[in-house]
Design a protein around this ligand. Structure first.
Ligand SMILES: [Zn+2]
Length: 444
């Protein structure tokens, strides 16, 4: 890949805003970072605003984007929402999924997201019949990310049962490989690429029988790959797990070797003190998805207590009710304020760490999420002169970005040293709203 020099009007260096920073890139990585460049040198690419490391969206189901708006009519619960979600899943094919995911990942790039963790479970054709390429759906997602210019960790998801001791229902047949062994065999055929890594996921303790959890954990362990799992999002899951196994979902995962530093629990909403100690003590990560958790009336997870116990935090837009990592970051803090009636549980720097370095680490990209030599050259520039962000001193750029800015303030996105978004326009997908509309319409 070609070399380039970027001039950052203001750069977030992890602990401070630095004015006038030169970032040299080559072969997709940052070569040098020089401070004290008050004006852009000739030939430099100018990034005006506050440049952050690229944002990591650690939890996505791309097809849920087709539900936006339509699921806001009427009342219900997570479980009634799930019925609507399944009806969209029923209509996906490799082609329609590719078109939708390409548009959704382009929306993510416009929101400053440079890497997505796709928690992928719609594997097979109707009735569970494999496609000619059994990984056709996963390959469609990997190709979509490449075309949208972002990185992906395909978290290929094992999904085998409708509940404890219950065979998959009609909708879920598309998700199931029949056994964890068969899941492992299919996933072994997925190849990593420059922009794509392969990880594993356990849909939930509802969807993978206890005696098959270790097979998935072992697959991830052998490859040193990330392993994600939806955990205790709903109290009904906890109740059913207690009834079936006499222990909480977190305890069940611990007992089958699922927890550890490469594992991330997604949501971690309804936990006991012992669960929090298990997750923190094993350095299992926590991916909070606050905009989805509030949309689905899940509840507020104990993110602060989890982090204190030792669980690193990441953030995801999950159901894509909105795609805005800055909103996810501030929502985590603001939820905690509402619950505790006190302010300041996380600094803006800590929230940005969850959205950048720790999010990337949860997806197996430890070399991304920092503006420093050797890191991947992934950058996101937030306008500091928009109607939302104008006013504060530049040294308060992190606070402004997290607590006032949104996806609409993302001006530039650079992935691997290449400009994917320039002045708010995607450079690879010419009309992202139109691509989204067409892809959603095709599933209606
Ligand atoms: Zn999810």
């Amino acid at each position: 890949m070609t070399k380039a020099t970027y001039w950052l009007e203001h750069a977030w260096l992890g602990d401070r805003v630095e004015p006038g920073v030169l970032v040299e890139t080559g072969d997709g990585r940052i070569g040098a970072v020089r401070t004290g460049a008050s004006v852009p040198p000739p030939g430099a690419e100018v990034l005006r605003g506050l440049t952050l490391p690229g944002l990591a969206n650690a939890h996505s189901h791309a097809f849920h984007r087709a539900l936006r708006g339509t699921v806001q009519i009427g009342s219900g619960t997570f479980w009634t929402w799930r019925e609507v979600m399944y009806s969209v899943a029923d209509r996906l094919t490799p082609d329609t999924y590719h078109a939708l995911a390409r548009a959704v990942y382009a929306e993510m790039a416009l929101a400053g997201i440079t890497c997505v963790g796709e928690f992928h479970y719609v594997h097979h054709a109707h009735g569970g019949t494999p496609y000619a390429d059994p990984n056709a759906m996963g390959e469609a997602l990997i190709a979509a990310a490449a075309e949208a210019g972002i990185r992906i960790t395909l978290l290929d998801t094992c999904y085998l049962s409708a509940g404890f001791g219950r065979a998959p229902d009609t909708h879920q047949l598309r998700f199931s490989d029949g056994s964890a062994e068969a899941w492992a065999e299919r996933c072994a055929a997925l190849k990593e690429r420059d922009h794509a890594r392969i990880g594993a996921a356990i849909h939930s303790v509802r969807a993978v029988p206890a005696d098959q959890l270790a097979t998935v954990a072992h697959w991830a362990e052998e490859r040193r790959a990330p392993l994600h799992v939806h955990l205790s999002e709903q109290t009904a899951e906890n109740d059913a797990c207690l009834a079936a196994h006499g222990r909480t979902p977190a305890r069940l995962l611990a007992d089958h070797g699922v927890l550890g530093p490469r594992t991330t629990g997604v949501h971690n909403t309804h936990l006991t003190d012992e669960d929090i100690a298990l997750l923190g003590g094993s350095r299992t990560g926590t991916c909070m998805c606050p905009t989805t958790e509030r949309d689905l009336a899940d509840g507020i997870g104990p993110a602060a207590a989890l982090q204190r116990a030792g669980s690193p935090l990441s953030l995801g837009s999950d159901s894509h009710a909105v795609i805005d990592l800055l909103e996810e970051a501030r929502a985590m803090e603001l939820n905690e304020r509402l619950r505790t009636r006190t302010r300041g549980h996380w600094t803006a720097a800590a929230l940005l760490r969850a959205a950048t370095a720790d999010g990337h680490a949860a997806l197996g990209w430890d070399e991304a999420g920092r503006i420093e030599p050797g890191a991947l050259a992934d950058l996101t520039t937030i306008a500091l002169d928009s109607v939302r962000t104008a006013g504060p001193e530049p040294r308060l750029g992190a606070e402004t970005a997290v607590f006032a800015a949104g996806a609409a303030d993302v001006r530039h996105t650079v992935v691997g040293g290449r400009r994917i978004v320039r002045d708010g326009a995607h450079t690879l997908v010419p009309d992202v709203p139109r691509a989204l509309a067409a892809a959603v319409e095709a599933l209606r």
